[in-house]
Design a protein around this ligand. Sequence first.
Ligand code: THU
Length: 134
Amino acid sequence: MFTPDPLIAAAAIARTRAFAPYSNFAVGAALEAEGGALVMGCNVESASYGLTLCAERVAIVKGVSEGHRRFRRVVVVTDTDRPTPPCGACRQLLWEFAPDAEVVLANLRGVILKYTVAELLPAGFDAGNLGRRA
Ligand code: THU
């Protein structure tokens, strides 16, 4: 895949590492951390199905465990006609760790859609909602 955007290229590489023998749906993600570091992730499926981890969440937890707390760009790459939007669980973690990020959804043929995290998850729940408990 040709792309001048290194984050899209990284997500496309991550996609080739997907472990998706049950769905055969390979997803790659790449994050740019606030300090400029690049973090890659792919979906990792489980024989129990329900334990499957999406590429976006793999990238986020990898990044956080490596000391990054905020991400400013997120790319998701799939080999589909329409680029793939993040699932609800991934949107929640994006809201918490990448609230101001640009989310770029791309396919291998260069179709690109761009969103903000707030567009994908309006009125998201986060630490700010835990302030006052009964
Ligand atoms: N998947 C992702 O990794 N990210 C998405 O944005 C959508 C879905 C994965 C989970 C599962 O391994 C496969 O795609 C089919 O749902």
